[in-house]
Design a protein around this ligand. Structure first.
Ligand code: AMP
Length: 294
């Protein structure tokens, strides 16, 4: 049986362990997470292994990316279970730092990626992407990974991290991994644990609507209104409360006007409340495989 990953509770210990791995010429892969791990996270670890000799995972519920009325307090935390899951996919190192160490007293620095952070989820979660960009920059500085793997489930986050790595000249390759879904099509998320079974059934309207839009696109539809209106209607019909359902530029994330035509590639992104749980999902038309739904 594979032995479990080494769990570091301090930045110094983790940094030394990462340095040790690289000193022998080993490539380090890195997967930042907030814990409450599921198969989606484990697939990222397996993907990181393909680029690296050792794989490190951070587990940190980052306070600065939560708004005052969001779920920071109730976000699920279970380090022991997470470490056991990481053992099954052969992760080598885990960083589980304290918030006090990640944000030393008197800290004043934030990383902001302009424009990309202002679209889609930006207006609904003020400060969220600044919190994400800041913590990921810190984690990159601590781990010094050659490759870091992020999920396309959080597509806006992925684009922001790609951009910050490029703009700050960070020596890390940022890799996006396809969204991992349950058998019924729902994108895996730590927040799915909040859903009642009735809500979970209704949440399936999201992957179904994305699939339907993907099929329309495949059949040749290029009108923004014709592609997005049925998505919005399907969400509302299922009793979900969308923050937004948008067609957007797949690289710069700005919304496409309803009277526009999409090109070869476009992002459909959705954020919707199912009860009190906020779910997000997306599909890059012309690029992603369509969700398989039940
Ligand atoms: P989180 O712990 O939710 O912050 O996510 C940590 C990483 O896992 C991020 O890069 C997410 O995009 C990724 N991730 C979360 N859910 C999925 C999923 N269903 N499929 C692929 N990647 C995911």
């Amino acid at each position: 049986m594979a032995s479990g990953p080494r769990v570091c509770r301090t930045i110094a210990e983790f940094r030394a362990a990462c340095d040790e791995g690289r000193a022998g010429g080993g490539r380090l892969g890195f997967v930042p997470t907030m814990g409450a791990l599921h198969t989606g996270h484990l697939e990222l670890v397996k993907a990181a292994r393909r680029y690296a000799d050792r794989v490190a995972v951070s587990i940190f519920v980052n306070p600065t990316q939560f708004g005052p009325n969001e779920d920071f307090g109730k976000y699920p935390r279970n380090l022991e279970r997470d470490v056991e899951l990481l053992r099954t996919v052969g992760a080598d190192l885990v960083l589980s730092p304290s918030a006090d160490e990640m944000y030393p007293a008197g800290e004043k620095t934030r990383v902001r990626v302009a424009e990309l952070s202002q679209h889609l989820c930006g207006p609904f979660r003020p400060g969220h992407f600044e919190g994400v960009a800041t913590v990921v920059t810190k984690l990159f500085a601590i781990a010094g990974p050659c490759t870091a793997v992020f999920g396309r489930k959080d597509y806006q986050q992925l684009k922001i991290i790609e951009r910050l790595a490029r703009d700050l000249l960070l020596p890390v390759r940022v890799v996006g991994h396809p969204t991992v879904r349950d058998a019924d099509g729902l994108a895996l998320s730590s927040r799915n644990a909040y859903l009642s079974s009735e809500e979970r059934g209704r949440a399936l309207a999201i992957p179904r609507a994305l699939r339907a839009a993907g099929l329309l696109f495949r059949a040749g539809e290029r009108g923004v209104r014709a592609l997005i209106d049925p998505v919005r209607a399907a969400l509302t019909e299922a009793g979900l409360a969308p923050d937004y359902a948008e067609l957007a530029d797949a690289d710069e994330l700005f919304p496409l006007g309803v009277d526009a035509q999409v090109g070869d590639r476009a992002l459909i992104a959705v954020a919707a409340f199912c009860g009190t749980t906020r779910l997000i999902d997306n599909l890059v038309l012309g690029e992603d495989a369509l969700p398989e739904v039940s």
